[in-house]
Design a protein around this ligand. Structure first.
Ligand code: DLL
Length: 437
């Protein structure tokens, strides 16, 4: 058995065995939530349901959905299923408006979380011999602590540098000979640039793997970082409501997918408009349920993330289902003059245009009464010319490429190198200035 399996008996269990584990755990998780969380009990009762009605995995469709709104309505402890004295840690995620959403963990939940992360990190060949440099912040965001404890469980040496201070990060790579970088892909790109500007030799550096997550990483961005940092970039997926990182991650055989930790999370794909289940392989909204969480059991959580799932065997030998990379959220969608647009489409177009960096901003306004979409595109130094005509031709070329994909004609503004503000966390690509009235 290859050494990159953290929990081989679980990771390679037969599909029948996985389903049996899921059903047994689901029954317990449903009863746990019903017995301990008044919000769940009330929702079950409205439907005339008792935990004993859940007799198959398909029965989950009888349960109500949860979403960010439920967590906001019950903020902060309304969904907590254990005495607060037993909660060891809180994490939160910014809501789109108002209060954040909060999740608590007891020791059992923290142990499971670390196991899931350790398993995921091992999937891309990280071992106890690795030295892992953390560039996520250690705060309410789940990325820092979640990946920290998972890597520590695997036996890695952790360098808890935290977010920001890029020059210090570069120094640490050099001095501590770190081999793995944990960050968002956008911060990794920023590190590339800062390093290149101060003569850091990426090719000679000890770094070999990037563990990126928290935001979409397009294949173009992945290729760019891989070629500039001379590392293997891997992507992992998760969300605060389901603990954070550790829900899924890629293996080295299936770079376009993330394996889901199916013994801990039950997935469904639904039609985001109707809420109806979709068959395996269809793209739709991912809905996840925890299977063994004690503090904040989460049933049928609507992630708003769009993906498609396959249970086809993977060349790595793992039997757990794989989800395609999340490129868009149902609530990321911009409607510009009646056309649906995802920011990742802009990213895809820019990634194949020579002379532009992957940094961009989309601004949408309707000052003139009509929606207007402006895309600020950052130039590489070599694309700058003294000739106005040449720059204007280039700008028209970018407009044409965007129009072909987006089906609307954006205004394109060319921005000088480094002119687009960098982010230390998740990059903010869109500013919607339209009046909501
Ligand atoms: O971003 C948890 C995380 C931290 C995952 C670090 C991986 C690494 P939230 O802040 O609650 O949690 O944001 C969750 O971010 O619903 C997705 O829309 C998006 N997201 C997270 N990871 C990925 C990814 C963390 N690998 C939301 N690819 C999710 C695409 C991602 N989108």
């Amino acid at each position: 058995m290859s050494s990159d399996f953290f929990a081989p008996e679980i990771e390679t269990a037969s599909r029948e065995r996985i389903r049996a584990i899921q059903l047994e755990k689901l029954k317990n998780q449903v009863a746990w939530a019903y017995d301990r969380v008044p919000w769940y009990k009330a929702r079950f009762q409205e439907r005339g349901l008792k935990p004993a009605d859940i007799q198959s995995l398909a029965d989950i469709a009888r349960l109500p959905f949860t979403d960010k709104q439920v967590l906001r309505d019950t903020y902060p402890y309304g969904l907590c299923a254990i005495p607060l004295d037993d909660v060891l840690r809180l994490h939160s995620s910014s809501g789109t408006t108002g209060k954040p959403i909060v999740i608590g963990f007891n020791q059992h939940d923290l142990d499971i979380w670390s196991d899931c992360v350790a398993r995921m990190v091992a999937m891309v060949g990280v071992t106890r011999a690795d030295r892992v440099q953390m560039a996520f912040g250690y705060g309410m965001f789940t990325g820092g602590f979640g990946l920290h404890y998972g890597c520590e469980k695997l036996g890695c040496m952790m360098v808890p540098a935290g977010s920001g201070n890029t020059e210090r990060h570069l120094m640490m790579i050099e001095d501590y000979k770190t081999t793995v970088l944990i960050s968002t892909p956008s911060y990794a790109l920023h590190m590339c640039e800062v390093g290149e500007a101060c003569g850091f030799d990426w090719q000679a550096s000890s770094l070999r793997v990037g563990l990126f997550g928290g935001e979409p990483c397009t294949p173009g961005l992945k290729r760019e970082i891989e070629s500039r940092m001379h590392i293997v970039c891997t992507d992992n997926y998760g969300l605060t409501e389901l603990s954070g990182p550790g829900v899924g991650g890629e293996c080295l055989h299936s770079r376009e997918h993330n394996h889901i930790a199916e013994d801990q999370f039950l997935w469904e794909i639904i039609d985001p408009r109707t809420g109806e289940p979709l068959p395996e392989g269809s793209e739709g909204e991912l809905v996840l349920s925890t299977l063994d969480r004690q503090a904040f059991p989460m049933l049928r959580y609507r992630t708003h993330d769009l993906t498609a799932i396959t249970t086809e065997p993977c060349a790595c030998g793992r039997t757990h289902a794989r989800m395609t990379k999340v490129r868009a959220r149902t609530d990321d969608m911009l409607i510009v003059r009646g056309t649906n647009i995802f920011p990742t489409q802009v990213e895809d177009v820019l990634s194949v245009i020579q002379g532009v960096t992957p940094h961009y901003r989309i601004v949408i306004d309707n000052e003139t009464g009509l929606d207007r979409m402006t895309v600020m595109v950052e130039l590489k130094p070599e694309a700058i010319s003294d000739s106005f005509e040449e720059m204007d031709r280039f700008r028209h070329h970018v407009v044409d490429r965007l129009r072909q994909t987006l089906l609307v004609t954006p205004v394109v503004k060319l921005i000088e190198p480094n002119g687009i503000e960098r982010s230390f966390g998740k990059s903010k690509h869109v500013e919607d200035r339209r009046s909501k009235l």
